[in-house]
Design a protein around this ligand. Structure first.
Ligand SMILES: C[S@@+](CC[C@H](N)C(=O)[O-])C[C@H]1O[C@@H](n2cnc3c(N)ncnc32)[C@H](O)[C@@H]1O
Length: 306
């Protein structure tokens, strides 16, 4: 549970509102190497995470005061994971009681400045919790501070269902969630990593798709959008090779309100300004059922060249 006594001071402007942070104060080099071994603290398994730190009002609706301390896993806003509560991931299938309490079911991979999260917050169902994961430290601080300001400025009524953490999802996604926990996974304007020797840094690849299929529940959806046709074709090729995903028809895709949200992220706005095209698709998690990490790594032929 959060330590109420250590909530930070809240500074309001002359209108009585907390100022929304400015992106220019949080700029960071656009690319981080997801394969480097920079050590970011991480939970040893999903059982080591206290989610009430990220969504205080969803866990303790009465706690409307002193709930604004940030836990982002960044240098300024660290998290201490309860790694003494480690349970091996192979035995970390959905615990029976998980569905009865608030739990993250929507994840935005590489959320950048968090546009998708703010866009979707008001239209989520009561028990949805959306979570942004971002590798860059300062950018994560921006999103965390913005969510905090938006919550306070709405008198704690809005934006309680979105949160963010600093993490390298290419290495650590499975440490955060149980098998079949997620309804939606978003990949919006992923870094294209154009050069062939950098393709292994692409966040959608045949290996990681197995992790994504493991985390999505049956009927869950994987969303992709990009302005780079070459990346779109690569992602499409990788996903179509994986038997756990089936493409949703374009017609049905247009009916999904989340498509509008992802056409409006921070990166999407730049694309619109530059009059460029956006390419997007949705895939549904279908059979075969993946029952273990072992099985997961057996679903795709890893011996074939890309
Ligand atoms: C081009 S930006 C897109 C940001 C956002 N999705 C949007 O649409 O505005 C890609 C983001 O993914 C983040 N990223 C890249 N690799 C990552 C990784 N392995 N784990 C977490 N975030 C990552 C980058 O730092 C960057 O913020």
């Amino acid at each position: 549970m959060s330590d109420d006594s250590s909530s930070e001071d809240i500074i309001k402007n002359k209108n009585g509102l907390v100022s929304i942070p400015k992106k220019k104060d949080f700029r960071q080099h656009a690319h981080c190497n997801p394969l480097s071994s920079v050590s970011i603290p991480y939970p040893f398994s999903p059982s080591c995470i206290d989610w009430s730190l990220n969504y205080p009002l969803k866990y303790n609706p009465q706690n409307t005061k002193n709930n604004s301390k940030l836990y982002l896993n960044t240098v300024n806003y660290p998290i201490t994971y309860h790694n003494e509560k480690y349970k091996p991931i192979s035995t970390s299938n959905l615990p029976n009681n998980l569905m009865d309490e608030p739990h993250v079911n929507i994840v935005d991979i590489g959320c950048g400045y968090g546009g998708l999260l703010y866009n979707m917050s008001e239209s989520l169902n009561d028990d949805d919790l959306a979570f942004g994961m971002e590798i860059r430290d300062k950018v994560t601080n921006y999103v965390g501070e913005k969510i905090k300001a938006l919550r306070i400025n709405s008198d704690n009524k809005l934006y309680n269902n979105i949160s963010v953490v600093r993490s390298n999802t290419m290495k650590l996604l499975l440490n955060y969630f149980y098998k079949g926990q997620l309804d939606k996974l978003f990949f919006c304007f992923a870094d294209p990593h154009f050069k062939k020797y950098n393709h292994r840094k692409r966040i959608i690849n045949k290996y990681l798709l197995n992790d994504y299929s493991y985390l999505l529940k049956k009927g869950g959806r994987l969303y992709i959008i990009t302005d780079v046709i070459e990346l779109y074709e690569w992602e499409t090729f990788m996903i179509k090779q994986n038997p756990c995903f089936k493409e949703i028809s374009k017609e049905e895709c247009e009916k999904d309100k989340f498509v509008d949200f992802m056409k409006n992220t921070n990166e999407a706005k730049k694309v619109i300004k530059e009059n460029k095209e956006m390419y997007y698709s949705i895939y549904e998690r279908v059979n075969p059922e993946i029952n273990s990490i072992q099985e997961l790594y057996n679903t795709v032929d890893f011996t074939k060249e890309d």
